[in-house]
Design a protein around this ligand. Structure first.
Ligand SMILES: NC(=O)c1ccc[n+]([C@@H]2O[C@H](COP(=O)([O-])OP(=O)(O)OC[C@H]3O[C@@H](n4cnc5c(N)ncnc54)[C@H](OP(=O)(O)O)[C@@H]3O)[C@@H](O)[C@H]2O)c1
Length: 223
């Protein structure tokens, strides 16, 4: 995250050197630019991250929160340096399908860039444990009741579909739906139980018909 306190582009590689020292590692698996950071041109940061990869400090490099045009520019810089763009990490889940509808997901597939889906459980809203009578605590609860009412039919459908897959939970259905779309979900977890439940999202697949019915219910939930 080079901005706003790291205005010099060289700060990116310096920060990684210090992170590696703290981690006790020679290299990381993936180093991503958190945001495109306008007004700096996309190329400024991507040229720096290419140096990171060339120096062997990261096995792969990627970006995050880049739109189609910004991602294309990042891809072009990296290809010029003979490096693949490994990932674009963006928000994607059943309550936010922007990247599916605006063509970013398709473009990722065409370029061989893995779309990493952040907040894949919509920050807990897709787990089924919150409802209009039991909204989430803290800031997530602000204005949550109308949203929880709107998404109730979607949660009910996710529960029903999960029951048909040996009792998979709505969280697991939600993550599997992302996998079926060809993206890689990275759910957050506050407890070991949540982490192991989320791991149960793999090793099975929703049917294409189930994916379509979830798409429909999601469209109604976000209207
Ligand atoms: N690149 C970016 O700009 C960006 C932006 C945002 C997030 N991210 C990344 O995305 C990842 C996850 O996102 P996130 O934590 O914002 O949202 P999330 O994965 O959609 O939601 C995680 C929250 O849902 C609840 N939860 C998780 N698993 C559960 C389960 N099995 N059953 C019940 N509740 C469960 C927990 O909160 P409660 O128990 O309190 O409900 C947990 O903190 C993180 O690695 C984060 O760094 C990246």
């Amino acid at each position: 995250m080079p901005f706003p306190w790291r205005l010099n582009h060289k700060a990116m590689i310096n920060a990684l050197h210090r992170s590696l020292e703290r981690l006790g590692l020679e290299r990381v698996d993936l180093y991503q630019i958190h945001w495109p950071f306008p007004p700096y041109p996309v190329e400024t940061w991507v040229e720096e991250i290419a140096k990171v990869a060339k120096a062997g400090l990261s096995r792969a490099v990627g970006v995050s929160n880049y739109d189609k045009n910004q991602m294309q520019r990042a891809y072009t810089v990296l290809i010029g340096a003979d490096l693949p763009l490994a990932s674009n990490q963006v928000e994607f889940h059943l309550l936010n399908r922007t990247v599916e509808k605006n063509g970013l997901l398709d473009r990722c597939k065409e370029l061989g860039v893995r779309l990493i889906a952040y907040s894949p459980l919509a920050k807990g809203f897709l787990t089924g444990k919150y409802n209009p009578e039991n909204p989430p605590p803290g800031v997530r609860g602000n204005g949550a009741v109308p949203k929880l009412k709107r998404i109730k039919p979607l949660i009910e459908l996710m529960t029903e579909i999960g029951n048909g897959h040996d009792g998979k939970t709505p969280a697991q259905v939600s993550l599997n739906w992302i996998i079926c779309k060809g993206a890689l979900p990275i759910p957050g977890a506050k407890t070991a139980k949540q982490a192991s439940q989320n791991a149960g999202a793999i090793g099975w697949r929703l049917t294409p018909e189930e994916v379509s019915s979830l798409d429909e219910a999601s469209d109604k939930a976000v209207k």
